[in-house]
Design a protein around this ligand. Structure first.
Ligand code: NIG
Ligand code: FE
Length: 403
């Protein structure tokens, strides 16, 4: 159903506005692509209802969810690796033996653009069915110039074909491809001198990411990549401190990174650097859960420091084959003791900030009408129960795409 220019009215609805739950039931009116009225019911004027389509009463409204960290374009499956890990192999051991990310690289290289699009579509639809209206999609399973650009083109196409905002990230430095064995600096040259310039020139990347870890790239190599990205005007972000504390987060923050992601092993020095640079902490409970990690991210220290915390699915075939945003809200609370409000802010306002989309992921008069209406009574229920089918309405840029 398309209602791009008409008015829609919700009455008596509880609003989580991206940062907090409003204290009283509200009325919300959208017109075209915008929210034009967000008012307490106590101030409601019946005149406003004229020319509005009545969308119903009750429920909870949130901003459309923002999933700020995914790898949802890939070929193949890693079910065998899942089984190997259950028998005791670690993620690092599997990676060192040429499995893990590299096995997905083989399958992704072998797949055509159309095939990758076809494979990614149901994953994207799963996110949309749970209320996601903005999603970040990374490359990182191509690891050649052509295959990285292929992945980014698929991401752009998904954004053109579906009612969702796709933000693309070049992750050329995700793993060292086998053909560069023992020549990681030469591979970093390829990322800096060919991938970044080509992706920037073609307008295919909105940001550049790196995996800073012993099994991936060093702090110095990541810094080189950041400098190249910034020379091409691209914002930067980092996978860091996931399996060990290398100090990548502090380096990234010094360069003004949008976000540092995973960060289980982050220390106080890294937290101070993030606070200084307004770098968002992206918490990924799906990867922590799947890899059965035990090192908790420093949630309380981040909270005390006032570093904004985003939550994302990290949807990918290895460390987080979990395509369910509301499960992430639940895991963030149960595993990390975040509050439901913090978790929701992490998938709305702070998720948007992590993508440099300031102002998105919030509900206010004048905001773009990317929003969800849920069949629940309080926002906390979205984190409390893991239960598909509660999305009553999803609007993307004012257009009802669900319900
Ligand atoms: O965010 N940490 C590195 N990258 C992904 C994992 C990708 C994979 O295992 O395929 C992550 O967890
Ligand atoms: Fe990731």
């Amino acid at each position: 159903m398309s209602n791009a220019m008409s008015r829609c009215l919700w009455r008596d609805i509880i609003i989580f506005d991206g940062l907090r739950t409003r204290p009283e039931p509200m009325a919300v009116i959208t017109e075209g692509a915008r929210i034009i009225t967000l008012s307490p019911m106590s101030e409601f004027d019946e005149q406003w209802a004229k020319d509005c389509t009545e969308m119903g009463r009750g429920g909870v409204m949130t901003p459309g969810l923002v999933d700020c960290h995914t790898h949802l374009i890939f070929g193949g499956s890693r079910a065998e690796e899942f089984e190997a890990r259950l028998e005791g192999a670690s993620y690092e051991e599997i990676a060192k033996k040429g499995g893990g990310i590299i096995s997905t690289v083989r399958a992704t290289r072998a797949a055509s653009e159309d095939e990758l699009f076809r494979l990614a579509q149901p994953r994207l639809e799963a996110l949309m069915a749970e209320g996601v209206t903005s999603v970040e999609i990374k490359s990182g399973y191509g690891l050649t110039l052509e295959d990285e650009l292929k992945m980014l083109r698929v991401a752009r196409r998904l954004g053109e074909r579906f009612p969702i905002q796709v933000v693309t990230t070049l992750l050329g430095a995700h793993a060292l491809p086998p053909e560069y064995q023992d020549q990681s600096d030469a591979y970093v040259d390829l990322v800096c001198q060919e991938m970044i310039p080509a992706a920037a020139a073609a307008g295919l990347a909105d940001a550049v990411d790196v995996f800073c870890e012993k099994i991936a790239f060093s702090v110095e190599q990541c810094e080189r990549i950041f400098k190249a990205a910034q020379q091409h005007g691209l914002p930067i972000k980092i996978h860091a401190e996931q399996l060990s504390n290398l100090g990548g987060t502090a380096m990234a923050a010094r360069h003004g990174a949008l976000s540092a992601d995973h960060i289980e092993y982050l220390d106080d020095h890294g937290i101070a650097a993030m606070r200084e640079a307004n770098t968002v902490a992206v918490i990924l409970p799906g990867a922590f859960h799947t890899l059965r990690e035990t090192q908790q991210p420093p949630i309380e220290a981040l909270r005390q420091a006032g570093v904004p915390m985003a939550i994302a699915t990290d949807a990918n075939p290895g460390s987080s084959p979990l395509f369910m945003p509301t499960l992430m809200l639940n895991l963030a609370c149960t595993l990390f003791r975040m509050t439901p409000q913090e978790a929701l802010a992490g998938m709305t306002a702070h998720g948007a900030t992590a993508l440099g989309l300031e102002g998105l992921g919030r509900l206010y008069e004048g905001a773009v009408a990317n929003l969800c209406v849920w069949d629940v009574e309080t926002p906390a229920e979205l984190a409390y129960a893991v239960q598909p089918g509660r999305l009553r309405h999803r609007l993307f840029q004012g257009v009802i795409t669900h319900g």
